[in-house]
Design a protein around this ligand. Structure first.
Ligand code: ADP
Ligand code: MG
Length: 352
């Protein structure tokens, strides 16, 4: 049922060039390579047969190297680009069937975008930048200033409203970009490498602030990044793209524990498992453990199956005994020993 998804991308191809349809047909039938497509049809493959189902309220990251098709794909969600083939369903509606008025309303009220280069108007005040979507919507000046002030507070920029956008640092400008997107209170946020242009420390700080905001707002967010660390940190799920294709979709834990191919494995090799891997992935089933080691003590440390590896390790420092892993009802379903923890950490590091 497509209705249940916030965004559903089905069989989307985007090929740039006049002979795009012929190129897609040829790729389908003869597995023509990207290079051949360029030579034969003078076409560039942007996105190749992408499928994604994004749930309401989730932060969905799209990760891949530069040129892998991330921006091209995300621009289909607000129909800045139209697919060569395939469909894009948002809130149960096929956005390709929208007429101009409906599309305008959709873009003004239901979806907002944050760009890597901030895309602010430098000679407008910060408040006027944030209020812009409301101005377009015809909201009265008093009301939109009130909303803009409130939104600036959410991104910790109260007091900066009367500065010009260009007077602010990069990190602050991107907070303004985020505030502008939020001022319209859209259901869907599209963020195309919003933090990639920022220094690492500022980037991390903005990630944290965004995560805190996202936890409260419950907005469906499509967040693009070329940095798997960032994707793992903020994404509920991640789709990994290569050469226009989606090569793997999963939770950060699924991707780190089971990379689908060498390309994903290369990315994953540099990721710390401590904050990604959860207890249920490293535990031994309780029966198996107890048949080998005897019953777990009643006083063993207990962790939910969703506890992070880092927490288990912290506990293992001060206790020799295996930790008990419990499900949501408090039932003991597994055990984790120090050896289990060490093995997981070692497997996550490069040994070459
Ligand atoms: P990413 O955002 O992952 O860096 P893009 O989506 O920008 O990648 O680009 C994917 C591919 O599509 C690249 O090969 C790029 O050169 C090509 N491309 C993007 N936009 C256009 C366009 N308007 N015309 C021709 N080729 C394009
Ligand atoms: Mg891009």
């Amino acid at each position: 049922m497509s209705q249940a998804y916030a965004i559903e991308i089905a069989g989307v191809w985007k090929v740039f060039g006049d002979k795009a349809h012929q190129a897609v047909a040829d790729i389908r039938q003869n597995q023509v390579s990207k290079k051949e497509v360029l030579e034969k049809y003078n076409c560039v493959i942007g996105v190749a047969d992408a499928n994604m189902q994004i749930n309401p309220g989730e932060v969905f990251c799209i990760m891949g190297l530069s040129g892998s098709g991330k921006s091209t794909l995300v621009r289909h969600i607000n129909r800045l680009l139209e697919p060569t083939e395939g469909s894009v369903i948002v809130n149960g509606e096929d956005i390709m069937s929208m007429g101009p008025t409906q599309l305008r309303t959709f873009r003004n009220e239901h979806i907002a975008m944050v760009f890597q280069n901030f895309a602010l108007m430098p000679h407008r005040s910060v408040l006027d930048n944030v209020a812009l979507p409301l101005e377009i919507r015809g909201v009265s000046k008093n009301h939109r200033m009130e909303v803009a002030e409130r939104t600036l507070e959410m991104v910790e920029l109260s007091g900066w409203g009367n500065k010009y956008a260009h007077e602010l640092s990069g990190g602050m400008q991107q907070r303004v970009g985020l505030a502008r997107a939020l001022a319209a209170d859209p259901e869907i946020l599209l963020m195309d490498e919003p933090f990639s242009a920022l220094d690492p420390l500022i980037r991390r700080q903005l990630q944290s602030e965004f995560m805190a905001l996202a936890a409260n707002m419950n907005k469906t967010t499509v967040f693009i990044t070329h940095d798997l660390d960032e994707a793992v940190r903020i994404g509920d799920r991640i789709a990994i793209m290569r050469d226009g294709m989606v090569v793997q979709t999963g939770t950060p834990e699924e991707i780190v524990m089971n990379p689908a191919d060498d390309y994903v494995a290369e990315f994953v090799a540099g990721i710390s498992r401590l904050k990604v891997v959860k207890a249920h992935a490293v535990m031994q089933p309780i029966d198996q453990f107890e048949s080998q080691h005897g019953a777990l003590g009643a006083g063993a440390n207990e962790f939910l199956e969703s506890a992070h590896l880092g927490d288990l390790i912290t506990a293992a420092i001060s206790s020799d005994e295996a930790a008990a892993i419990i499900d949501g009802t408090g039932k003991r379903i597994g055990a984790v020993t120090r050896a289990d923890l060490l093995r997981t950490v070692i497997e996550g590091t490069e040994t070459s």
